[in-house]
Design a protein around this ligand. Sequence first.
Ligand SMILES: *Cc1c(COP(=O)(O)O)cnc(C)c1O
Length: 396
Amino acid sequence: MTSTALMPTYARAPVAFERGTGAYLYGADGRRYLDFAAGIAVDILGHAHPHLVSALTDQAQLLWHVSNLYEIPQQTRYAERLVAACFADAAFFCNTGAEAVEGAIKMARRAQAQAGKVERYRTITVEGAFHGRTLATISAAGNPKYLEGFGPPVDGFDHVAFGNLNELRNAIGSETGAILIEPVQGEGGIRPLPADYLRGVRAAADEFGLVLIFDEVQCGFGRTGKLFAHEHSGVTPDVMAVAKGIAGGFPCGGILATRAVADAMAPGTHATTFGGNPLAMAVANATLDVLLGNGFLENVAHAGQQLMSALGDLADRYPDLVAEVRGQGLMLGLRLTDRATNVAFGTKAMEHGLLLVPAGQNVVRMVPPLIIGEPEVAAAVEIVDQVCRELSQSDG
Ligand SMILES: *Cc1c(COP(=O)(O)O)cnc(C)c1O
């Protein structure tokens, strides 16, 4: 089905979807699928959410794009609302996660340079993280699989082991200017960094005058049951990259920063043509209306607990197959034993009408729309149970 007119970068599942409502997608094959992939943790309000549809269509009648040569009131308003809801003092809008992370790295370097420490251009990063697919972000993450064949990695990144504070502190040198951390690793296998580790990282950043960057591209925007995942630890960054869920499926990214960092970015220091255009900002504002609505995040936390506890029961019942359940809120992972691959698990789940996403360390990732409740949790768990039963009975 995949045409040779498309580059062969993706191994696509042989299904195309025609429409969606809420947590369900409808395939061209006439089947209905419960969507616990959500476009890879993007469609946080599910499909065809009426508030987003009307925000998008209303704005589409008026104005799509003008560029940042001019005032964009929707962008100003969205920045003010977002800044009021988190640690940051100022925002910059772009289009994708990788662009947000790369911009955040630039801002950290620029802040050091403006403070007279131009030599502090290096960034410490954590093994297992994913930061995007540009040359700098694949170099930042350091995953050999994504670097292979693309020439020498971009200079300026030092990688340390997951969750090891001593190693991180020892890696700080006279050229270190920033630390970049994904508070809950998503692609790497749904691995939350412990709160006391994040507190230790914050202390090290303060002690050595480093800019702390969080990559909340996947774990942000309500995914873990708080607006941003770092709120669970009480630790705030100096800069944060966001994207994925920010506009419920409309392409958009953002960089949030404290005043000290933002003030290093004078006119002309960074830019993007499409970033923060009226169409994206209309949908981002509408998404935020729902996220900040009464009880929304509490419901995410509640649904997450239900799903986590049901998956824990399955792990107990299928110990030969499920090694561990981990994650936070509605960002959960089942780490499988070597009895089955996460890809085989996902293929079987799809046959039964449930969409999942594989992640690193043989983890099956569940990142459903944040609007789900008990019926969707129960329906997903029933299918996961069936897949576990079938994979446990097959010859491993
Ligand atoms: C998906 C992701 C990115 C990259 O986002 P793109 O929009 O694909 O560029 C960066 N960081 C994290 C944590 C992600 O999950």
